[in-house]
Design a protein around this ligand. Structure first.
Ligand code: ASP
Ligand code: MG
Length: 421
């Protein structure tokens, strides 16, 4: 058995869904667990639904829901030009269920509401894709992942209950004549059956969890890029496709933010020595990237660029040193406001962190810090991480940049810079 994951761009249109069917036909001999995430930018749209629902902005809410409906109906109509199939009713039912959710009184717990609404992206996409595959002579069973993956109630960042999920998933994911079991990524539920989600982009992680539990032979993540590249082509010419990557390199690259694979994906696979392929759904016969238990003699440098970074400098107002209790306080404030640190550095009397420019969170964090610390911020910066760096790779990225701060390890270097152009 193998696991495939399709999501976002690889299921963003009727044409993309057709290529999913094309790929599955190529793997005729295999039993496949297919994990899908929401179509195109649906999750972002649903985040706007949650926001207007929580603010009780009925007009905007109705508008957003209508857009969501139109987007999915349009794909459905393009996929089934010649007639109506049961999937039309399933989509109507799913959309009605969403409307019923939105009739309820908003909860005080934003994250709880978020999860019970955000799940409709995956529910709709999995219904449409399963319906289309079934009508294309690819017999598929649709499964609700929330019956198999159980988590705690940390809404939006739920932690999997591995023991319970292992028991349930092994009981449910059994092939009975169909060659494909198709389910949703990104979602789980509590033991009380409240929907939870695993964090944005979490459906790669779902594929890895299922592969681990069901002892899959391999996982393939189908994307709109040829595989894992050594840099984002947006910021770099002559990128190189990394044909083979060790688990460790994959974790490091994901952690620093390549964005190609979700960082949590690797661990469950590494533990069971399961290979992970990253391939292009536009060019399914190309080799892509293979991530596994490798070592290699030629280390290719990789570059990760994070734009729109903010440097926050703090120093205690009472001129004391930076100590464990100061740090505890600073980390506490960032954690409370859900702000992640991309890089940190300290001296005797100041502590500096680099974060993404999320204006709402930044405002809250600075307000909280201001009580005990002198705070200054610098915006408009870029954070460049180079794995397997040497002087020539540093020189290459430093053209027309001013260095603000640097952190060097044995394998990685991180450069916080300002663009001089
Ligand atoms: N649909 C979810 C998101 O956009 C999960 C995923 O795509 O992996 O974050
Ligand atoms: Mg995605």
């Amino acid at each position: 058995m193998i696991v495939f994951k399709f999501g976002g761009a690889s299921v963003k249109s009727a044409e993309a869904v057709r290529s999913v069917a094309g790929i599955l036909k190529k793997y005729e001999e295999e039993e496949i667990v297919v994990v899908v995430s929401a179509m195109g930018k649906t999750t972002n749209a649903l985040e706007r639904v949650v926001e207007s629902y929580q603010k009780r902005d009925r007009q905007r809410l109705d508008h957003e829901v209508q857009m969501l409906r139109d987007f999915h109906m349009d794909i459905l109509n393009k996929l089934f030009e010649k007639g109506r199939y049961p999937v039309f009713q399933e989509i109507e039912d799913t959309l009605r269920e969403l409307s019923e959710q939105l009739e309820e009184e908003p909860a005080l717990n934003y994250d709880y509401d978020y999860d019970r609404i955000i799940c409709y992206g995956e529910l709709l996409s999995s219904r449409i894709i399963a319906g289309f595959l079934n009508s294309s002579d690819i017999p598929v069973r649709w499964m609700d992942i929330r019956k198999s993956l159980k988590s705690d109630n940390t809404y939006r960042e739920a932690r999997i209950d591995w023991e319970l999920s292992t028991r349930l998933a092994r009981e449910h994911f059994i092939f009975r004549g169909e060659r494909i079991l198709l389910t949703q990524g990104f979602l789980a539920s509590t033991i009380n059956n409240q929907t939870t989600s695993l964090g944005r982009e979490g459906s790669d992680y779902t594929a890895a969890i299922l592969a681990h539990i069901l002892r899959a032979d391999s996982v393939t993540i189908w994307k709109d890029v040829p595989g894992v590249l050594n840099a984002d082509p947006k910021y770099f010419d002559d990128t190189i496709l990394l044909e083979k990557l060790s688990y460790l390199d994959a974790i490091e690259l994901a952690y620093f933010g390549t964005g190609v694979i979700h960082p949590k994906t690797i661990k469950p696979l590494q533990n069971k020595n399961i290979n992970l392929y990253v391939k292009s759904f536009l060019n399914p016969d190309a080799r892509g990237t293979l991530i596994g238990n490798f070592s290699y003699d030629k280390l290719v440098p990789s570059f990760i660029f994070k734009m729109d970074q903010v440097l926050i400098r703090t120093s205690p107002r009472d001129f004391s040193f930076i100590t464990e209790d100061n740090l505890e306080e600073i980390f506490g404030i960032l954690h409370k406001n859900g702000m992640k640190i991309n890089l940190m550095q300290n001296s005797a009397v100041s502590f500096q962190m680099i974060v993404n420019n999320d204006k709402r969170k930044l405002h809250l964090v600075v307000d909280d810090l201001d009580e005990k610390f002198r705070v200054s911020i610098q915006t408009g910066l870029e954070l460049i991480t180079i794995r397997y760096f040497d002087q020539s790779t540093i020189d290459r990225v430093m053209i027309n940049k001013e260095l603000i701060l640097e952190q060097r390890g044995v394998q990685n270097i991180q450069l916080l810079v300002r663009d001089l152009k």
